[in-house]
Design a protein around this ligand. Structure first.
Ligand code: PMP
Length: 311
């Protein structure tokens, strides 16, 4: 059977092609939706797709809902069961991306968050590498600043906020870079357009704190945990732009980007200009963990196929 994409839409699982919304949907017009991106990682030897840290993604979605005043009347058990069923029915034998979205579904004009209906959908799509994890990414400091918590809170994964990321990403790519690094209004490093950022200085991992207008990444937390296993110290503190030029190593983390080395920033090589040893050590552990190959972290990986699948 070839893979067939399905969606969860208006409380039912339907073929993806049938999941359509009205042009008047509030979320489409005003960016009033919150969402998640969960990776399903294909394990070739086992014929299995493992969803990576799904409970943590749904927990973040609930926090985003609180900020957007979205009604999300689903239990964890319902969410986990709908999601795994959708992945199993879609039947992919490759890496996939699962996109849950809670959106203001009223067909209504008028900017606000209150007195609107909310609905919930999920879709599944095949999703290969996002940045070049082997060669690493060439980045620039964006001329666009990260939105402040006092403007649009970045800890909520809201659709509307992604205009900030899209401005930065397009500027970077049209200028010949792979990815943008955004600064906060105070000039400190915040994050990439869809990734958190780490630098390595004298063997220590450094990453901006939650108060740096970052999306508090699940891959970020994964890397912090794996670093502890490898005996690598991690500190959260503000990072200056110029530290991106002087650090020994730099990498980005994200569900889409995995752990991607940053090999150049603003036309200056990072360290040797090649992925550094600490980055490579973390990547090796990370890629085993996400495909369900590391027993210690098996609890982060949820298998979706009840029967082994052949590719
Ligand atoms: N920052 C932004 C702006 C993002 O879009 C993402 C991707 N979700 C991340 C950071 C990384 O978060 P996570 O590791 O949970 O995917």
């Amino acid at each position: 059977m070839p893979p067939t994409p399905y969606a969860y839409f208006k409380k039912q699982i339907v073929p993806l092609a049938e999941a359509k919304i009205s042009v008047m949907t509030h979320a489409l017009n005003y960016g009033t939706a919150v969402f998640e991106g969960i990776r399903g990682n294909w394990n070739e030897e086992e014929g299995q797709i493992y969803l990576f840290r799904m409970p943590e993604h749904y927990a973040r979605l609930r926090r985003s809902c609180r900020i957007l005043r979205s009604d999300f009347p689903y239990s964890d058990e319902e969410l986990y069961s709908i999601t795994t069923k959708l992945v199993e029915m879609s039947g992919y034998s490759e890496d996939i991306y699962v996109r849950p979205l809670v959106y203001k579904s009223s067909e209504a004009l008028g900017v606000r968050l209150h007195n609107l209906e909310d609905d919930f959908l999920i879709f599944v799509a095949p999703f290969g590498p996002y940045l070049d994890v082997d060669e690493g990414a060439r980045c620039c400091t964006s001329s666009w600043r990260r939105v402040e918590d006092t403007g649009i809170p970045a800890r909520a994964k809201m659709t509307g906020i992604y205009v900030n990321s899209a401005l930065a990403k397009t500027e970077a790519q049209l200028n010949g870079f792979d990815e943008a690094i955004m600064l906060n209004e105070d000039g400190h490093v915040s994050e990439g357009s869809g990734e958190n950022i780490f630098i390595v200085c004298d063997g220590v991992l450094v990453t901006p704190p939650q108060s740096s207008n970052i999306l508090v990444g699940i891959t970020r937390e994964t890397v912090v945990t794996l670093a502890a296993d490898l005996g690598i110290a991690v500190i959260e503190r503000n990072i200056d732009r110029s530290e991106l030029y002087t650090c020994d190593e730099c990498f980005m983390t994200g569900t889409a980007a995995h752990v991607t080395p940053v090999v150049e920033v603003d036309h200056r090589p990072v360290g040797t200009g090649k992925p550094g040893p600490i980055t490579r050590q973390l990547m090796q552990l990370y890629f085993d963990v996400i495909r369900g190959k590391n027993p210690k972290y098996a609890h982060w990986c949820l298998p979706c196929y009840s029967k082994v699948k052949t590719s």
